[in-house]
Design a protein around this ligand. Structure first.
Ligand code: SF4
Length: 416
């Protein structure tokens, strides 16, 4: 296990789907601190993780690790229909949770499942042309941001896209950034080589994007001048990128992503364009990828007596809990505390990182955070990139994979 760094050590930050790997971590007077960035999200996460809870609990009372594992295995083995929720873990954790889901017949859905499904369902329907952070950084001359700036949730987004770095000759010297239905991000004002503007909504976001796609396809539609002009700018761009933050899309956001996919497909007949969906943080994208390669199906699936079942709408975690369709919950949160484990009467097992609350009824097993107390791998927001995470301190805590393997062995023994 790596010692806590006293000098600045290169680090990959696991606390949002950008997985910034260009900064360092060092021991400051108040604990670990990011060097090279003032990202508020990373700072808050590091502060929360300053000390880790190390004691397992059963019904709120301290317990040994073995007693907690035994109790958790009994709880899961006794359930007729368990739900695995949160799923805040990395690839290794997901690989170990999948056999446990099969052994218990659990339905699995990530905390960001709703947002994940917007992009996933559109991908299933007609395919997708996406790009990477590096491609945007090096080639995009026009970036269209659907909705509000993603900077609040992904604080280093503009830096990662090379926006406003007029001093770097390797990057595109002049870029246009257009926000649809939201004001231009004020931090872009006055940046070298950046022309930021905004286009108002015409109806709702879907109406606006559908109208834009129709204009790009040069259909005869009555579009306001701002949207017609944006369509022309997209057709004239050398490399256009349509960017959106999945969790900010409204219900039925899949329709918006479908329209964006149509726009990208039309543009690619005469120039170059791509989609950049932003999301899948806290392990959601990594677990989904892992589930898909292990089973052939994404999350919101179940390996039960009828074989594999994928129900993108019916298997939403909150809907299952609200409908009383599940009778036990395994909640995994090794990166952050939001969203919290759904409160309620379900018998619950929580595998939680620093700051995650123990359930009043059920079992709490503390786990290491990949990239802080443990190692691991995460998919970045551009999903074709997987980054390794290295531990920077020794929490003395197991990883999610260790706990899931121990639970699987116990559950199998109880069921035979
Ligand atoms: S933007 Fe995200 S990955 Fe980058 S330092 Fe901030 S929280 Fe970490």
């Amino acid at each position: 296990m790596s010692p806590t760094p006293s000098a600045a050590t290169p680090w990959t930050c696991p606390f949002c789907p950008l997985l910034c790997d260009g900064y360092a971590l060092a021991q400051g007077p108040d604990g670990l601190a990011l060097v090279g960035s003032d990202c508020p999200r990373a700072a808050a996460s590091l502060a929360r993780c300053a000390s880790a809870t190390v004691t397992p609990t059963i019904d709120g009372q301290p317990a040994s690790a073995d007693a907690a594992l035994d109790a958790a295995a009994r709880l899961l083995a006794a359930a007729r229909q368990p739900l695995f929720g949160g799923l805040g873990t990395d690839v290794d954790g997901a690989r170990a949770l999948y056999p446990l889901a099969c052994a218990t017949g659990a339905i699995s859905d990530a905390a960001g499942g709703e947002a994940l499904l917007h992009t996933l369902r559109a991908l299933q329907d007609r395919g997708q042309f996406t790009t990477t952070l590096a491609e945007v950084r090096n080639r995009a001359d026009l970036i269209v941001c659907i909705g509000e700036s993603p900077r609040e949730n992904l604080p280093e987004i503009w830096r990662r896209l090379g926006v406003g770095r007029g001093d770097d000759e390797r990057l595109v010297a002049q870029r246009e950034i257009v926000f649809i239905g939201a004001p231009a991000d004020p931090v872009l004002a006055g940046r070298a080589g950046i022309d930021a503007s905004s286009v108002p909504l015409q109806g709702d976001l879907f109406d606006t994007v559908a109208l834009l796609a129709a204009c790009i396809a040069q259909r005869r539609v009555a579009a306001p001048p701002a949207i017609a002009a944006l369509a022309e700018r997209l057709r004239a761009a050398r490399y256009a990128v349509l960017m959106f933050e999945s969790k900010r899309l409204p219900a039925q956001g899949t329709l918006i992503v479908e329209a964006l996919n149509q726009a990208v497909a039309t543009l690619n007949r005469s120039t170059r364009a791509a989609l950049l969906p932003l999301g899948g943080g806290d392990g959601a994208s990594s677990v989904n990828q892992t589930w898909t390669w292990l089973s052939g199906l994404p999350l919101r699936s179940r390996a039960g007596p009828l074989g594999l079942e994928h129900e993108p709408l019916r298997y939403g975690a909150q809907a299952l809990i609200d409908d009383g369709a599940v009778d036990a919950l395994l909640w995994v949160a090794s990166f952050g505390t939001e969203p919290p484990c759904p409160p309620g009467a379900l018998p619950t097992v929580v595998l939680g990182g620093p700051g995650v609350a123990a359930p009043a009824r059920g079992v709490f097993i503390p786990v290491a955070t990949p990239g802080l107390g443990g190692s691991g791998h995460l998919f970045r927001t551009d999903s074709s990139v997987v980054l390794p995470l290295e531990p920077v301190r020794d929490d003395g805590l197991p990883g999610v994979a260790d706990v899931a393997k121990a639970l699987t062995a116990r559950v199998r023994a109880l069921k035979t």
